[in-house]
Design a protein around this ligand. Structure first.
Ligand SMILES: NC(=O)c1ccc[n+]([C@@H]2O[C@H](COP(=O)([O-])OP(=O)(O)OC[C@H]3O[C@@H](n4cnc5c(N)ncnc54)[C@H](OP(=O)(O)O)[C@@H]3O)[C@@H](O)[C@H]2O)c1
Length: 290
């Protein structure tokens, strides 16, 4: 370790414009050299579009650890465009991981709790996968292929990362402040974690490397309705403005409605000494900066 939270050497964040990627880029920049990639024209990061054939990719820098944050993350987009999204989320991501590992880089691949079927709480890291949506199937297969490279690969399954800038939270804030009723789902749950916790855990993983599967999730499921009520309280608006509904009553076109979204985080605790903040604390932390 060259400094707290940084392995010796440069870190690469693939998808440095995204929610998680930009937070990791910022967090690692404090401690040492970090490179990022972006598919956006005019970006200052290295250009890398995973929709392009690998033959067109630029050569990748030699780094110690790479965090693979680039992905098609919208479930609807994965369902409606399975071929294109599979290429980005599975085929090309696995190719990228292979190239990086061949250069002596450790890779961290971000996956999701949606590789499980949501029928149980706190799945352990070793639980069998049973994805119920296209996004989850793509991630599950990418996990399997990336883990096959062995000691140089880690898979980090994230529960729901919450941030003040999330479009849903922004809409809720706007409506609540305008005195408008919002109708969040009471039957849709999340296990919220903050970006700062994800960054802290990833710095700890870089410093105390462990291959295989890791889980980052909170201590409980929280419904979107409960989260909205917490936000209303934080904003000091009438609790009556939050009028919960269900996804079914609202006619939401959901590919999958997990009953549970929590992940078992035993490995994080025992091997990295990290305790995930509670779901309530994660929401309060997120809403504090709204
Ligand atoms: N956030 C969560 O709650 C959560 C939960 C579970 C798992 N994850 C996983 O964690 C990782 C990061 O998620 P996130 O929330 O940061 O997602 P995000 O905000 O949607 O960011 C995704 C990133 O991928 C980039 N990207 C999309 N298509 C690309 C392509 N063809 N080539 C190169 N880059 C491409 C995006 O670029 P543009 O911005 O230019 O589109 C963006 O930088 C993802 O693998 C996601 O599946 C996230």
């Amino acid at each position: 370790m060259s400094a707290a939270g940084q392995p010796g050497g440069t870190v690469l964040v693939v998808g440095a414009d995204g929610l998680v990627g930009s937070a990791l880029f910022r967090a690692f920049s404090v401690h040492g050299p970090v490179l990022g990639t972006s598919r956006r024209a005019g970006s200052e990061f290295l250009p890398l579009d995973l929709a392009e054939p690998p033959g067109k990719w630029p050569s990748l820098p030699s780094v110690s650890v790479a965090y693979l944050c680039a992905a098609v993350t919208a479930l609807r987009q994965c369902r409606e465009h399975p071929v294109e999204s599979r290429q980005v989320n599975l085929t090309h991501t696995v190719t990228l991981a292979g190239r990086l590992v061949a250069q002596g880089t450790r890779v961290v691949f971000f996956s999701t709790g949606l590789v499980f079927d949501g029928t149980q709480s706190f799945w352990p890291e070793s639980a069998p996968l049973n994805p119920q949506c296209e996004y989850g199937r793509q991630k599950a297969e990418a996990e399997r292929q990336i883990l096959a490279v062995g000691e140089s690969a880690a898979v980090v399954r994230l529960a729901k990362v919450v941030a003040p800038g999330m479009p849903l939270f922004r809409r809720w804030v706007e409506d609540l402040r305008a005195g408008k009723v919002i109708r969040p789902f009471a039957d849709y749950v999340m296990s919220p974690i903050t970006l700062s916790f994800v960054a802290e855990a990833m710095q700890a993983l870089a410093a105390g490397w462990g291959s295989g599967v890791w889980h980052l999730g909170a201590d409980a499921d929280v419904s979107y309705a409960a989260a909205a009520s917490r936000l209303a309280a934080r904003l000091g608006v009438s609790p009556g403005l939050v009028q919960p509904t269900t996804s079914q009553a609202a006619g939401a076109d959901l590919e999958f409605l997990p009953r549970h979204s929590t992940l078992g985080t035993a490995r994080l605790r025992t091997e990295l000494g990290l305790i995930t903040p509670s779901a309530a604390a994660a929401l309060d932390d997120c809403f504090a900066s709204i």
